[in-house]
Write a protein that binds this ligand. Structure first.
Ligand code: 5GP
Length: 193
């Protein structure tokens, strides 16, 4: 997606070996115009797939996922990382190791929001080693839901996430694909949309 790639070139910052900071438009401050374009791109790709729910993990997946869900006209569910007293329904859970926080947390979705009749599109801001996506896939499989695809805003193709997800038979659709970082510059490869 050209607008996204231009924005990463303009405002993205490479941190260390393998982290891209995009907090001025995606992960902290949000550009709603770009988010709407992201929502439309995924919605066009999946409009004929009969999606009934969009699912992500809090926190930074929430924004793109909500825009995709709005375009598709379906609810968005975000897996929660902390249980609170209002979560008194049956929960579906998975353990997820966070690439950026370096901790494992249990993520959970209330059983009542998912069923075997659901066809789900998973959306996340980044794909690195695939742990967030694989955790969501586990939860969705436990609910008996069908998974139409994993939609990623920024995929770091030099990490293992894409192949781990594709090994489950679920397609990965990424709006920007990063081949690597060289001297603080982002090297892109051809994206899926
Ligand atoms: P994975 O589970 O695929 O290893 O990592 C994906 C999650 O880690 C994303 O939900 C995102 O929050 C975070 N993440 C992974 N790599 C990056 C990165 O380079 N930059 C930022 N801002 N977040 C990342």
């Amino acid at each position: 997606m050209d607008a996204l790639i231009s924005r990463i070139k303009q405002d993205g910052t490479v941190l260390g070996e393998d982290i891209l900071k995009v907090d001025s438009f995606l992960t902290h401050q949000v550009d709603p115009v770009l988010m709407r374009q992201i929502g439309r791109a995924f919605a066009q790709r999946f409009e004929a797939s009969g999606i009934t729910k969009v699912v992500t993990i809090e926190a930074s997946g929430n924004v793109p996922a909500a825009y995709v869900a709005e375009e598709l006209g379906v609810p968005m569910i975000f897996a929660k990382k902390a249980k609170n007293v209002t979560m008194n329904d049956e929960l579906l859970t998975a353990e997820v190791y966070s690439f950026t926080k370096k901790i494992t947390s249990v993520v959970q979705i209330s059983r009542k929001f998912l069923s075997a009749q659901d066809k789900v599109l998973i959306i996340d801001d980044f794909l690195a080693n695939g742990q967030a996506a694989l955790g969501l896939i586990d939860i969705l499989k436990a609910a008996g839901a069908e998974i139409a695809g994993v939609g990623i805003v920024i995929e770091k193709s030099f990490q293992s996430g894409r192949s781990l997800v594709e090994d489950t038979g679920i397609p990965v659709i990424s709006l920007a694909r990063i081949a690597g970082f060289e001297q603080g510059q982002v090297i892109f490869r051809e994206a899926d949309l």
